[in-house]
Design a protein around this ligand. Structure first.
Ligand code: NAP
Ligand code: ZN
Length: 351
């Protein structure tokens, strides 16, 4: 077995601390990746603090993983030693159900295995994520990384990128469509970049006056202060699609008003508390409400290839792993520009 080091939360009230654990040996279909960088997703914070009331401890978060392949199993065909590889939120699924057959492993009908916090049947522990020095994963769930992009800035594509790409593609964002994005954090800034590159007219709704100029640089044609009723009223009935990335409880009614007839409101943000809305705000314009969960492996590769072609990466702030709690605190204050990425070389000095 492989001895690994990482950072873990031991309970909901604990800060993350150095943690040693084991991973399985590389099997015939597995690759071992030496993790170079791991993005910090708001889901990591929800999970570390048990905000979704489902966390199994110890919890090693991290599902925006990039690094170098250092070992491959005998049956591996898509990777060789020295290649770059990425791992997102999923490390396995049943492979047989309708969703898996369609490449939508995130909706696996028997439940996919998440990169961290799922049961690891082989190890008898939870799965452990990317705040660590290495990961072993079946090659089907490893992604090819475009060589022309900055590796650290690619890491957030593995969750923030695919989670916004999937609804943009599913609801056909492109030339002639008007897309709203709520919240300029990790997911929001990727939604702007990807939506803009797909050709859609992009509107950002933000609560932070200080992010207006950045939003325009990142791809917004229009920026709306969501707490300003006058600015919100000017958007009434304009949008085809809204992607809501907000991580905490917030009102949705003001945003529903900005949708056209038959417009679609999609939750990707996953607050710990229920959100309320008035059915009339949907019924009066035959609007829909939906949600979207990360993305399947084929569409994750599609998104990475698209980013390679269009030179798209995340805007990142690199941190040492010992500063993770400070990054979480800043995330809670919406002070993220626009994704923290951990440099895993800093694990050595932290241990
Ligand atoms: P993040 O970087 O913290 O960004 C969230 C943004 O929401 C903030 O930067 C802020 O932007 C805005 N916001 C904060 N408080 C708000 C409020 N009270 N009202 C309105 N807007 C507010 O978080 P993230 O990493 O992008 O993740 C966002 C959410 O998506 C989390 O709940 C995460 O768990 C979830 N997620 C879901 C999936 C999925 O598969 N569905 C995948 C990954 C993450 P402004 O300053 O611009 O207002
Ligand atoms: Zn995530």
């Amino acid at each position: 077995m492989l001895e690994c080091r990482g950072y873990a939360a031991q309970s909901a009230n604990d800060s993350l601390k150095p943690f040693s654990f084991k991973r399985r040996d590389v099997g015939p279909k597995d690759v071992r990746i030496a993790i170079a960088y791991c993005g910090v997703c708001h889901s990591d914070l929800h999970m570390a603090r048990n905000e979704w009331r489902s966390t199994i401890y110890p919890c090693v978060p991290g599902h925006e993983i990039v690094g170098e392949v250092v070992e491959v199993g005998s049956a591996v065909t898509r990777f060789k030693k020295g290649d770059l590889a990425g791992v997102g939120c999923l490390v396995d699924s049943c492979g047989h159900c309708q969703s898996c057959q369609e490449g939508l492993e995130q909706y696996c009908e028997t439940g996919s295995t998440m990169t961290y916090g799922s049961d690891d049947p082989e190890m008898g522990t939870p799965t452990f994520g990317g705040y660590s020095d290495a990961i072993v994963v079946t090659e089907k769930f490893a992604l090819n990384i475009p060589k022309n992009l900055d590796l650290a800035a690619v890491a957030p594509l593995l969750c923030a990128g695919i989670t916004t790409w999937s609804p943009l593609r599913h609801w056909k964002a492109g030339p002639g469509t008007r897309v709203g994005v709520i919240g300029l954090g990790g997911l929001g800034h990727m939604a702007l970049k990807l939506g803009r590159a797909l050709g859609a007219e992009m509107t950002l709704f933000t609560t932070s006056q200080g992010k207006v100029e950045d939003a325009k640089r990142l791809g917004a044609h229009h920026v709306v202060m969501s707490k300003d009723k006058g600015e919100m009223a000017q958007c009434a009935g304009k949008l085809d699609l809204i992607i809501d990335t907000v991580a905490v409880k917030h009102p949705v009614a003001p945003y529903l008003e900005t949708l056209k007839r038959e417009g679609v409101f999609v939750f990707v943000g996953l607050p710990e508390d229920p959100l309320g809305f008035m059915p009339m705000d949907l019924a009066s314009k035959r609007r829909s409400m939906s949600g979207s969960f990360i993305g399947g492996i084929p569409e994750t590769q599609e998104m990475l290839d698209f980013c390679g072609k269009h030179g798209i990466t995340s805007d990142i702030e690199m941190i040492a792993i010992k500063d993770i709690e400070n990054a979480y605190e800043r995330m809670q204050k919406s002070d993220v520009k626009y994704r923290f990425v951990i440099d895993l070389k800093t694990l050595e000095e932290a241990a």
